[in-house]
Design a protein around this ligand. Structure first.
Ligand code: ADP
Ligand code: MG
Length: 587
């Protein structure tokens, strides 16, 4: 069964369900599953994709639900207006909360969402106008043109239409420029920022989107139950949403539906069977959920959907970008212009001077080698130039402009691109997508355009560029492989293609040939020569001396953070000080 047929079958079953003579209870269940799935789709985006854990989604559901219920009950406002009011209120709340907490390091967000989930619950329960813990009664049903959605079966269609639309929109989003940026923030921000992604903004976006989906679920919830009270919006439910996401497969949009379905059905069955088995009453199902969660995390980390998906035929990406127009290119600096000017930069880590007042320049159309024993400070120098770490003192200029102190992504925007000594990539994304991330700054479409697929023209151009750079570096055979499955040497080449996708004026390569075979090294050297011929400047850290000496125009040698010597490859090779540094002999 192909993927499309699978989804079609799902849609047909869905559409037919309310028409069949199934018990009303089934429809009610399906409606709850849909309501939960909407929230969990948001969590997939937030937790599964962006790697941010939230226990507070139930509170956002509450905001949507209470807004709808209050406005309808006390002011008779139409649901078709209250849904937007709810979205605005939730969006603003999420933005403020995200703004405050997402700047802090990882663990603050889960804690903040717990605090937020708890406080909203007590707040709702203590406001007189909202009926305190009794809540608001008599919420009218939603009217869809002339149809009053006052039965489970009629409500089902509106709800599931929204679930399917949300799934499709989020799937589209993940398959876009913004989607790649979202996936890139998961493993830390260094690489994403080096590709020009504003990681803070991306995180806030994911947080707000997840909250908005929760708000819509709340709106539907209020009109489905026809009453609201604080209990479904407390922390317990917040945890349960996260549980659904993890169980279904936190990285997959359809995992949200599976997870919501599993938890709802399991919960009902357990509530029936456990008291019979164990005698007496109590919330025994919570204990079973805890055990299941541990088992899932232990044995099926990616959740149930990953299991289903591995049995579906793999989606081969249709190449529709072959004839897309090329992206515009940056104007290259004139040959010989000083592109990078490093002036006495210093970096201390506590008492350790990793880079000790080092100065050098790189000109347009030149390859400068940066060599030295392990721990000499080469990678740290890269980090100082690219804004990953702040210099203790000194200054870096790029094309005459001071760039030290700028964030990484701003330096990238000016035309500096790099690779990492320890490969930084998104292992679960294809090689092509990883490389397309490098072209982030050459696109401009955002969330809405991606969800509505108005970005396809631009997307084709970005993918065409990614493919072109991969071909150039000799990786044409690996476009659709998962990056994590590549050999280490190929991963390094992929990083170079990604850096080239940014159309840089200055390229920094940190040990690009490590793990490459002899043939691959020669091919790499050819590509670098060709790039130099096109006017690119390259700063190359490399341990393979044949490669360095055969390729570079000049070489800077570092030892213990200090610049030892600078000169042509011949001069450097003849230097007794360099021999001493490498062989460890006294000079
Ligand atoms: P190289 O790339 O030349 O092998 P590095 O620049 O990685 O050297 O490291 C230079 C020195 O700085 C090493 O002694 C290393 O242990 C130290 N160092 C690098 N990064 C950090 C850090 N974030 N904190 C503390 N020490 C660091
Ligand atoms: Mg290094």
């Amino acid at each position: 069964m192909t993927r499309t047929r699978f989804l079609l079958a799902f849609a047909i079953v869905l559409a037919a369900l309310p028409q069949l003579p199934v018990p009303e209870f089934w429809i009610t269940q399906a409606n709850y599953i849909g309501l939960y799935a909407l929230v969990v789709i948001g969590l997939v985006l937030l937790t599964g994709v962006a790697g941010l854990t939230s226990f507070g989604q139930a509170a956002f559901v509450g905001l949507g639900a209470y807004t709808a219920a209050y406005l309808a009950v006390t002011h008779g406002v139409s649901p078709w207006i209250t849904v937007w009011v709810g979205l605005v209120i939730t969006g603003v709340a999420a933005m403020l909360l995200g703004w405050v907490t997402l700047r802090m390091s990882g663990h603050y967000l889960p804690l903040a969402t717990i605090a937020w989930g708890l406080s909203l619950y007590y707040l709702l329960g203590n406001i007189d106008a909202l009926g305190k813990y009794d809540g608001l009664l008599g919420v009218p049903p939603i009217r869809f043109f002339a149809i009053e959605l006052n039965t489970g079966r009629s409500f089902f269609y509106l709800l599931w239409a929204l679930v399917v639309l949300a799934s499709i929109a989020v799937t589209h989003l993940l398959d876009s420029r913004t989607g790649r940026a979202l996936r890139a923030v998961r493993g830390g921000s260094t690489m994403a920022e080096a590709m020009g992604v504003d990681t803070f903004r991306v995180k806030v976006t994911a947080f707000v989107l997840a909250a908005l989906l929760a708000s819509v679920s709340g709106w539907l919830f209020a009109h489905f139950q026809r009453t609201v009270n604080p209990s479904p919006f407390g922390l317990k439910m917040g945890i349960e949403y996260l549980f659904m996401a993890v169980l279904g497969g936190v990285g997959h949009v359809w995992g949200a539906v599976v997870g919501a379905g599993m938890v709802k059905i399991l919960e009902d069955q357990l509530q029936v069977w456990l008291p019979r088995l164990l005698g007496g009453s109590g919330n025994y199902e919570i204990i079973v959920f805890g055990i299941v969660l541990v088992a899932v995390l232990q044995y099926a980390r990616d959740g149930l959907w990953a299991f289903v998906e591995s049995r579906l035929p793999r989606r081969e990406r249709v190449v529709d970008w072959a004839d897309a127009p090329a992206l515009p290119e940056r104007e290259r600096p004139p040959h010989g212009e000083v592109v990078l000017d490093v002036q006495a930069v210093r970096k201390q880590f506590g008492g350790l001077v990793a880079v000790n007042d080092v100065s050098f320049q790189v000109c347009a159309g030149e390859i400068l080698g940066l060599i030295g024993p392990n721990g000499a400070g080469k990678s740290t120098t890269f980090n100082l130039v690219t804004g990953v770490t702040a210099a203790t003192r000194g200054e870096v200029r790029f094309r005459g402009e001071r760039i030290s102190g700028l964030p990484s992504r701003e330096i990238a925007r000016r035309g500096v691109s790099r690779t990492f000594q320890h490969v930084k990539m998104i292992a679960g994304m294809t090689v092509l997508e990883n490389v397309a991330l490098g072209a982030h700054l050459r696109g401009r479409h955002g969330v809405a355009a991606a969800m509505l697929q108005l970005d396809r023209g631009e997307e084709r151009r970005l993918l065409r560029e990614a493919e072109r750079q991969l071909r150039r570096i000799g990786m044409a055979a690996h476009l659709h492989e998962l990056a994590g499955n590549l050999a280490l040497g190929s991963q390094r080449l992929m990083e170079i293609a990604r850096a080239l996708c940014a159309d840089p004026s200055l390229l920094l390569l940190d040990e690009p040939a490590a793990g490459l075979r002899h043939q691959e090294k020669r091919a790499l050297a050819d590509v670098l020569r060709q790039l130099r011929g096109e006017g690119l400047s390259i700063l190359l850290v490399e341990h393979d001396m044949d490669l360095v000496m055969g390729l570079t125009d000049r070489v800077v040698v570092m030892e213990f953070g200090t610049k030892l010597i600078e000169g042509t490859p011949e001069q450097v090779q003849a230097s007794p000080a360099v021999r001493a540094a490498y062989l460890g002999t006294e000079h």
